[in-house]
Write a protein that binds this ligand. Structure first.
Ligand code: ADP
Ligand code: MG
Length: 351
């Protein structure tokens, strides 16, 4: 395992406000990642991300913005019709150029994914204990089946289930219990990074909160990195350190999670946070406001800023001028022409 706090001398920080430079590469660094389905559907367009060990990055955005495509791309789990370009550096090693053998080793052990909807991700005809033991056996050729089963029981206890539940089939478990099994599987090979794609979306609110606390606690205990994907900005603001907001395959806003949630600099970020107010938070005591329309079909993206057809503060120029991420104050970046304009106020045209 790579140490992440090695310092190489009293070098000053490269730029004020940014994390201290460290000797090792970050746990995950994604550079200019593009995913195109079938040659014509650009579902992810030039995404940059960075996650340090022990850091929790949230990725927000409505359905269809490319979040799952991005998550699957990180471990090259996409169908063959998907063409990927860019770099996905996991501990400095590019996942996109890895040989198959190395890629198999990296899946589960380097990074693992918890999918949305555990019922579809678990095999209905195998006991859950055996399913947890499977990646352990695959990755540790010296491990015996008995030892792997024992470890599966321990993992179940770690996620708050009795070890005896290893004998259960998926249909014998509740939705929350199945999602705990998925998390136990994701932990099975001690990954350095856990990617959770809408891990609680199919669950009711109480169970959702329990699963989120469990993920948070596991991440804190094991010093792994976390990428948590959700359409719910409030959930991400509660759970994560940093947030990236995706729209039409791009990151349109990023920064410290609480800041992005409380005072997003991109009108899409503001619309998302207004749509998901945090219960009991006086800072967000606003009526939830729906954002009319849907994200664009990536096969037919509008010109200019892709958000302009839905944007309450769009200027005429937004229909023709694309926007890159730009500095937006307080470690934030946003891809909006109005970022540095005085008082960008969405109520101007929605009132
Ligand atoms: P999200 O997870 O944010 O809802 P997805 O990554 O699932 O978004 O989808 C992003 C876009 O890519 C959508 O327009 C979707 O229809 C398209 N897409 C997803 N999977 C495929 C696929 N296998 N082939 C073609 N298009 C796809
Ligand atoms: Mg998705």
């Amino acid at each position: 395992m790579t140490a992440t706090t090695t310092t190489t001398g009293p070098e000053p920080s490269a730029s004020p406000g940014l994390p201290e430079p460290v000797g090792d590469p970050p746990l995950l660094e994604v550079r200019n990642l593009t995913v195109t389905y079938g040659g014509t559907v650009p579902a992810v367009r030039g995404v940059d991300l960075r996650v340090e060990a022990g850091q929790k990055l949230g990725i927000a955005g409505e359905s269809g913005c490319g979040k799952s495509t991005l998550a699957l791309a990180l471990l090259r789990l996409l169908p063959a019709t998907a063409k990927l370009t860019g770099e996905i550096l996991l501990d400095g090693e590019d996942v996109l150029t890895m040989k198959w053998g190395r890629l198999r080793a990296v899946r589960w052990a380097g990074a693992s994914i918890v999918f949305q909807g555990a019922m579809h991700s678990l095999n209905a005809v195998h006991r859950v204990g055996d399913q947890i033991a499977e990646p352990i056996l695959l990755h540790n050729t010296k491990t015996t089946p008995a030892a792997a089963r024992k470890r599966a029981g321990e993992l179940l206890e770690q996620v708050g289930l009795p070890a005896a539940r290893a004998q259960a089939y998926p249909h014998e478990l509740s939705g929350g219990q199945r999602q705990r099994v998925m998390i136990a599987m994701a932990l099975a090979c001690d990954p350095r990074l856990i990617i959770a794609d809408e891990p609680t979306t199919a669950l009711d609110v109480m169970i959702q909160a329990q699963i989120l606390r469990l993920i948070e606690q596991l991440v804190a205990d094991q010093d792994v990195g976390l990428i948590m994907i959700s359409h719910d900005l409030a959930v991400l603001a509660d759970t994560c350190d940093r947030l990236s907001v995706m729209y039409a395959g791009r990151v349109v806003e990023e920064g410290p999670a609480r800041q992005v949630y409380a005072e997003a600099r991109h009108p899409y970020g503001r619309a998302l946070s207004a749509a998901f107010p945090r219960i009991g938070d006086p800072a967000s005591r606003r009526a939830p406001r729906g954002l009319p329309g849907d994200p664009p079909d990536p096969a037919a993206l509008p010109g200019g800023c892709t958000f302009h057809p839905r944007c309450p503060v769009a200027l005429d120029s937004c229909a023709t001028e694309d926007q890159e991420l730009r500095e937006a104050g307080g470690e934030r970046r946003a891809a909006c022409v109005l970022v540095n304009a005085p008082a960008a106020d969405d109520s101007r045209s929605t009132a």
